[in-house]
Design a protein around this ligand. Structure first.
Ligand code: ATP
Length: 270
């Protein structure tokens, strides 16, 4: 196991990705999905990854989560190599994956249960998260009684219940209608700022990426490589960070949007 030693006074990155390559093998072919990816993600940073379909965004998240191992290279969380799924990383998928036959509360408790944590000890946190996310009245309902946005909030509560340091979000809003999506990205940004988590968000939506993230990583078409990295800041808004909704109205939003759009568009022309 490789461990990173860090000079005194330098904060250890939350995630370190070093020269990572990933090949998929099937009987018919070998697919080079990711090639030589290197990236550091700071503690508490919110990073968004954008890129065209099939460029390896979900593959990269699976590698960070430990669900898959790289063919070459190393991934570390807080300086420790990731060799298997870890309770330090919470993974939220595009589809909410709530179990329809379990109540909302029991769904949230599934996260800690799967990690072998004590159910009773987790119950207080689960109830607290659901109440804070406006689902207090629906704790004992089945997921079928919730709207799409409420289901994603319940799924977020399940991911946050074991208190992971790192959140991996794989297009968590893509199944929702546009208005719910905007409202929920505002709510989730507020929740995450409050929880002070490190977040990696994969999305197709440039607006979502630049309104929520501190840094946007643009990936090239397969084999996925890092094409460019954009630091996102909204000085026109003032010293505090705008909410995603406010960010969309800032002048910088259009500028970032155009730059990243041009980069992604250039992919399609290749
Ligand atoms: N299990 C697998 N076996 C073989 N090839 C795979 C497998 N999973 C993904 N791939 C291939 O690897 C590449 C990257 O896939 P991945 O799902 O990571 O891309 P993505 O950027 O998340 O795509 P999308 O935005 O469409 O979800 C694609 O070309 C895909 O076809």
């Amino acid at each position: 196991m490789i461990e990173t030693s860090q000079p005194a006074g330098t904060a250890l990155p939350a995630v370190t990705i070093r020269d990572v390559t990933l090949n998929y093998f099937s009987p018919e072919r070998e697919t080079l999905a990711l090639s030589n990816i290197s990236l550091d993600i700071a503690q508490g940073e919110f990073v968004a990854i954008v890129g065209s379909s099939g460029c390896g965004k979900s593959t990269l998240l699976s590698l960070i989560s430990g669900l898959m191992r790289p063919s070459r290279g190393v991934i570390q969380i807080n300086g420790k190599e990731v060799t298997a799924p870890s309770p330090r990383a919470g993974y939220m998928f595009q589809k909410d994956t709530l179990l329809e036959w379990r109540t909302v509360l029991d769904n949230v408790l599934l996260g800690p249960e799967l990690l072998g944590l004590d159910r009773q000890a987790s119950r207080g946190r689960a109830e607290d998260l659901l109440t804070r996310y406006g689902l207090g009245e629906f704790m004992h309902s089945l997921p079928g009684q919730l709207s799409g946005g409420m289901r994603q909030r319940a799924a977020l509560a399940r991911t946050l219940c074991p208190d992971p340091e790192l959140l991996l979000l794989d297009e968590p809003f893509s199944a929702l209608d546009y208005q719910t999506r905007l409202a929920l990205s505002d709510e989730i940004a507020a929740i995450l700022a409050n929880e002070r988590k490190t977040v990696v968000l994969v999305t197709h939506d440039i607006g979502e990426a630049i309104s929520m993230a501190d840094r946007v990583i643009v990936m090239s078409r397969r084999p996925g490589r890092i094409k460019s990295i954009h630091d996102v800041a909204y000085p026109s808004f003032g010293p505090s960070r705008p909410t995603p909704f406010q960010a969309r109205k800032c002048q910088e939003f259009g500028m970032y949007f155009q730059t990243i759009w041009d980069e992604l568009d250039a992919h399609h022309m290749q």
